[in-house]
Design a protein around this ligand. Structure first.
Ligand SMILES: [Zn+2]
Length: 230
């Protein structure tokens, strides 16, 4: 029997997953309490509202992310991203930040999801996560393309070195319709940290948080009932 593995992190209101990008807003569009006046006695609902940038938490970069004429998520065939044979390539960050073609040479990658385990995911939800992450080199991306990898995933902040404006791995993989995923939880050697459940709060309170979205250091989550600063 096949086993299903959840690769995703729980995304919380106000959680910063990439510096410079706004934190998600998660709130009640309709609270259970407010719904009671709309329905018959004993019938109630909750309707949540989520507002966030597309690359939050565990996500998939589609070709359109990089190229205006590339496929967006809705245009990627499901067969290209789901139920793929996978191969895990261990490239511990202790042996250096950059992961070169040598890490993949000689492996059978054709049609496979290539999941690169760097160990960087152990820094998830710490300041360290944003500084000095592991990444693939341009040569590694070229090899993955040439060897027919179907999808490439990494448990790191970014598959590219983000110390300059170049993004050769994004460019090579996404030009050739190889989606790439950031899966910070999947490879966590110690398992995922225990995270609190998303907070439920009125959208009004959440919106006050949005004004601070460009702040650095990162946003801190609003407490329940917080009105935020004016
Ligand atoms: Zn990206």
């Amino acid at each position: 029997m096949s086993r299903l593995i959840d690769l995703s992190h729980t995304v919380e209101h106000g959680m910063v997953t990439y510096r410079g990008l706004p934190a998600p807003l998660i709130c009640d569009f309709l609270s259970r309490e407010d719904s009671r006046r709309l329905y018959a006695t004993g019938t109630e609902f909750h309707i949540g509202k989520i507002e966030m940038v597309a690359n939050t938490g565990t996500y998939l970069d589609s070709p359109f992310h990089r190229y205006a004429d590339g496929k967006d998520l809705s245009q990627l065939p499901l067969e290209s991203v789901a139920d793929l044979d996978a191969i895990v390539v261990r490239a511990p960050d202790e042996s250096g930040r950059s992961i070169d073609a040598g890490a993949f040479r000689g492996l059978d990658l054709r049609g496979k999801a290539v999941l690169v385990h760097t160990g960087w995911s152990r820094h998830w939800r710490t300041d360290q996560y944003f500084e000095g992450h592991s990444f693939l080199t341009a040569e590694a991306a070229a090899l993955l393309r040439d060897q027919g990898a179907a999808l490439v995933g990494i448990d790191s902040l970014n598959i590219d070195d983000n110390s300059s404006g170049e993004r050769p791995v994004h460019s090579t993989l996404l030009r050739h319709d190889i989606p790439r995923g950031a899966t910070p939880r999947w490879a966590s050697p110690r398992g995922a940290p225990a995270l609190p459940r998303p907070q439920h709060e009125p959208c009004r309170a959440a919106r006050s948080n949005e004004r601070n979205k460009d702040s650095d250091p990162p946003l801190t989550p609003l407490r329940n009932g917080s009105k935020g600063s004016q």
